[in-house]
Design a protein around this ligand. Structure first.
Ligand code: FAD
Length: 300
């Protein structure tokens, strides 16, 4: 029997990982959660579209989720995972400090990291007019002019969604790469398409006032949606041989029970694809937690 043994190890301490931990621990399995809560996407979010809750700070939700998971018996280690392997029906998880941790079932809930524009003003004005999620924040810009920045379908459909909210929608794209039908929709919908342009700066004192383009022109907007896609946790998943989604290879493929192609490995939350929303992360976490618990108990 190896040392540092748990029934289940969960990679990620965002809402997907926390909900999985709560359900798995309550199903009487030993659960370890790895990851840094302050790096969860939820930490920076203000949520107002989550069922049965009013507007709430994501940071507060995370604190309460950790408390619930600890109360159910979950153990936390606020470190990242650097390696994962599989040997003799054990999964071996190595953390940043080099310790090997062993388990029967693994849940991958590492979220995604959104691609950044990397221009002045982006970091400073995040949450004050700069957003990475049209689905989350569209409602804050009712009647205001906005810009959506990006080249692919996420940016194009984000711009189309914003037509229902904003007074004017600019789509800034260095090179639009969308299907023919979406291209037609964009060009005929009333969106102002600025093709072949790049954003060089987002400006504003305490909130966004506008943005500057690479031809030195300025757009007066109150919101900037950066829709440049995201990177998933491809490397760790690839080490285990976990299959990725064939249509969106940055995301992990699962079935309805959140199972991956590898027995005993489950995935939940943003890492499994769109929509990147709290409600989906929590729902998938619940399923993954229950399924992983049932799987791990077979080894007793
Ligand atoms: C600014 C902003 C606003 C948002 N607003 C809304 C909203 O209004 N409504 C809504 O429904 N959703 C909103 N979201 C989206 C929501 O926050 C995410 O969908 C949700 O947090 C996804 O949960 P997750 O657990 O899958 O991933 P995350 O919450 O991102 O958590 C991932 C976890 O994995 C950990 N991790 C990463 N790599 C490793 C590793 N190698 N080893 C161990 N741990 C690792 C991270 O540290 C983190 O703890 C918003 C997101 C942002 C960024």
């Amino acid at each position: 029997m190896p040392r540092n043994v748990y029934d289940i190890i969960i990679l990620g301490s965002g809402p997907a990982g926390l909900q999985a931990a709560i359900h798995a621990a309550r199903a009487r399995t030993s659960v370890l959660v790895l990851g840094k809560p302050a790096k969860s996407s939820l930490h920076r979010a203000h949520i107002e579209n989550y069922c049965c809750m009013g507007r709430v700070a994501g940071e507060d939700l995370l604190r309460e989720g950790i408390r619930q998971a600890e109360q159910s018996g979950t153990v936390f280690l606020h470190e990242d995972v650097v390696r994962v392997s599989h040997q003799d029906q054990w999964f071996i998880v190595q953390n940043e400090s080099g310790t090997d941790l062993n388990c029967r079932a693994l849940i991958l809930a590492m979220g995604i990291s959104r691609n950044k524009l990397r221009v002045p003003g982006e970091k400073e004005l995040l949450g004050r007019g700069v957003s990475y999620c049209v689905d989350c924040d569209a409602g804050f810009f009712r009647g205001e002019p906005v810009a959506v920045v990006g080249n692919e379908s996420a940016a194009a459909s984000g711009a189309l969604t914003m037509l229902f909210y904003a007074s004017q929608v600019h789509l800034v794209s260095s090179q639009l790469e969308v299907s023919e039908s979406m291209d037609h929709q964009i060009r005929t919908s009333g969106i102002r398409l600025l093709e072949g342009r790049k954003v060089t700066e987002i400006v504003g004192e305490n909130e966004v006032d506008g943005l500057v383009l690479d031809d030195d022109s300025r757009l007066d907007v109150k919101g900037v949606f950066i829709e440049l896609g995201a990177k998933g946790a491809v490397e760790l998943a690839a080490e285990l041989g976990v299959a990725m989604d064939t249509e969106s290879p940055q995301f992990i493929a699962t079935d309805k029970k959140q199972k991956t192609n590898i027995g005993g490995v489950y995935a939940a939350g943003d890492i499994c694809g769109l929509p990147w929303q709290l409600a989906k992360a929590v729902g998938e976490g619940c399923v993954a937690g229950l399924e992983a618990a049932a799987y791990a108990k077979k080894f007793r």
